[in-house]
Each structure stands twice: as C-alpha cells, then as structure tokens.
Design a protein. Sequence first.
Length: 518
Amino acid sequence: MASRWLVKVLIACTALAAGDGCLRRATFDGCHQDADCAAAGATAHCEASGACSVDDLGCPGSGHRYVPSAPQGATCVDPPDGRLDTVIDTPPGPPDAPGAAGRECVKGGKRVADGTCAPRVCEKEPRCCSEQWDAACVRWAETLCDAHCGTMAFVGGADYAIVFRTDTWTPIWDDSPGSDAMTHGGYWADYDDDGDVDLATVGGRELHVYRDDGFDGTHLTLTPVYTKEWGQLGNNSYLDGRTGAWADFDGDGDLDLALGGFDGLVLIENQGGVFLNERVVFRQPASGDTDATPTPNDTTSLAWGDVDGDHDLDLVVGRYYSPSLLFINDGTGALTQRAWNGPSSGTESVQWCNLDGDPAPELVMSGASYLTLYKLTGTSVADDAQATHVQSADFLVETKCGDLDRDGDLDLFSSTWGTTVRAYRNSNQTLAGFSEAWRDGTNAVSQWGLDLGDINGDGKLDAVGGGDGFNQPTKVQPYVNASTNTNQNIAFTVPAPIGASINLTTHDIELAPLPAVQ
C-alpha cells in the first residue's frame, strides 16, 4: 500500500497538470535545492543525487522516499552512512494472549515500516524507525495497536532477581545470587534478533546477560551467555552497578550494552551474539590503582538517542552527586564528552520521549526535587536555564512516559521517595502544558522501581512500582489505569500489593512480553 505521503504527491501532481507540475516534468532529477522540488509536495527535499524526495517515516535511517517520477522510482533514500541495517517485524499474534504479542512488543534496533504496527508508531515517534525501538516505542504500540506487551515483569532487589507473569503474579524465573551480587536492575531487549526478549542484569559486583530459551507455561528458561565481575573490567573491583541500557551504539546492527554505577560506566559490544571489547568510559580507581584520576562518577541512569542529527546514538548520563554528562558518538561507539549545563546533581531517571508532537524527542529527567524537560537544539541538548521545569518540590525517583489517557500525546508517571506516586497530564502538546492529574492519596511510599505497560489486556497503560530496598521490605504495587475518557481525566485504582509471601525488597522493575508457550 502506498504511504500517505506518496498519495499526497499523486494528488499534487494531478492538481499541477496544467502548470509546471509532475505531469509536465518527466522526472525530478535536476534539482539543486529543496525549492526546486516544490511541486512534489510541501515536504519535498532535493537529495544529493539531484532527485526529489518526500517525507516517509517508513524509510529507515533517512525518513525520505524518492518521488515516483525520479530515476530511482519510489524507493527509499539511503541514510547518510549508506547502511540499511533494519529489523524486520514479524506479524503479531492475538493481542490478548500472553506470549502471543508481535515484535512491536520487543525492544530492539530500528524497525522498518511494514504491514505491522511499526508505521503507526513511527508516525508518532519517528526515531523508532530511524534509531531504535525502545520502551517508548513499545508503549505506543500498546496504545495505538492494542498490543498486550506487559505480560511479564523483572523485579530486582537485594540478593535476588525474579521474573513474574503479570496475569497471575506468579514467579516463572528466580535467580538468588546472594548478598554479594545485589541485583539492582534488569533490562529486556532482543540482543540476538530472534524475536523474543533477552535479559541483562546489573548488580553491586556482577553483570549478567541471559538468552531467552523458551517458556513451557510454568518456567522461563534464561541461559547465561555472559557474566563478568566488575574486577574483570578495567581493574575496577567494585562498580556498584545501578543502571543499564541496550543500544546499537557501534552501528553494526547488533544491540550493545552500557552499564553504569556509582564507580563508573562500561560499554560492552555485541558482535553477532558474542559480547566482547569491554570499554571503560570513566571510573573510580580501585585500591592501589594509579592509572585513573578519582572523579565523582556515581552513574544512576542512561539514555541513548540521536542528539546531533547524524543518525547514530549519543548518550546522556544522569548522576546523583555530580552534574549530568553528554557524550557524542562518532558512529563507531567512540564517545566524546561535550560541554552541557544540564542538571547539576540529584538525577535518578533519564529517557527520550516526544512530548510536543514535533519530529524531535525531548529528554525527560527527574530526581531530587525536580522533573525537567529538555529540547534538542540541533547539535546538542538545551541547557538547564532553557529547559521546562514541571515541578521542583518532591523527590521523583523514576519517571516514565506513555499515553495514559489515550488522547494521542504522551503523559508522565513518576515514582517518588517518601511521598506518593503521581501522574502528570499533557494537556496541549507543549512542554509548558504538563500538570499533576493524579496521585495516590492514601499511600506514602518510597519506590525506586517503576514501569508502564498494559498488564491486564484492556488497551490502557498501567503502572507497576517497587520499594526502596533499605531494610524496608515493600511489595510490588500495581496501579491499574481507570481513565474513562480522553482529554479530561487520568485516574488509577490501587489494588493490594503483590508478593506478601515473598517479602520483596525491590530496586528495579521492567515489563516485557512473555514468550509464547513452547
């Protein structure tokens, strides 16, 4: 089926038949500037080849498609680096059956806009097709395509890591490595490109990558494929891992892994399913180590996105005791720090979300008494003085974006330290249009972990939170989306917490689609 942009081109050509339009110009192959392609549509571009193109979000990397009368025909324009390394979606299964969701539920590399949900998602978030299919893309798939993606949940805490299925909240995988490991975080993504999610975990002294090898209806098989103690990485004996993020940062088509903690940041390359070439970006020196300068590293959160518009993934690093950092990627994974006056300290959460509806995403950051939205400037991220500050009173630990009221734009949901969780509604698709719309009026909690996803199959984004982990055992707490109409309200019901018999002390929660029963 022709894209809506090509339909517009054909309509424009017909209307211009009596003038200097498409029907009188056999090809658009002699342009020198965008204005020469005006007859091809309002969003026409003059490509380096001398032919005209129009916007088409289904074209990976470039986002442009040649007009039908160009010598190249109606083909996609190659991205600037010439690569077309995309992930092909597989047809989705029944949306209400756990484990039957399609690839739109699986975080991974950039997607091609085919006959599945990808075109609708990429119209809302163009970067899902041009950069990577991350958590924000999955949530759009749940909202726009009624995909049921939140059917299992990783819960990490002190001395253990557990995966639950969310329809019954029964454990399907349990790894209790002992107090020396302290599994703080777990991160789902399809690193081997087989259509289901794999898992990376990061803890106080170790990191692990597990391959998903199937679900038999009762147990999830996660096979260890990569394990490292922090002492094996750059002589850093104790990274105190706090956060992780999958991304194809070296541009070879495979998802790589970044892991950070209070003592540093490590990049690990995936080459055809093999993890190697561990690179320490920065670190605290271990005892007796003289080849590093002590710096306050304290990494708490990571977010990959194309900051400077060159079609590779750059990195924003949130830190708690120190200023946040911006690293620009040269396309091979080599990172160069760029000066940036972002949050000065206290950062707990960083993510990219398109909040105002223009093609570029915004950076959402929250932490100690702040929730702030940063726009891209074309070559960098706006400084803190030019950012939009949503609130500056409460300690917001984790903030996630999703269309909570199903009105077509992204709202925000935040866990807190010592107060109450709350939702912020996007009222007019401007960064200044966010206001608190709901909070749990009965429970004051401290929750490090939080994720959004449809856990009950009703097509609305729910939330799942977890406790603080400082000798205060708290349970996994679902928040069920009870919003009844668009543009007017956001509401959640708060059922009884999960895991009364497990005595959970949670640090991190991340939802994912349960694999189909094999």
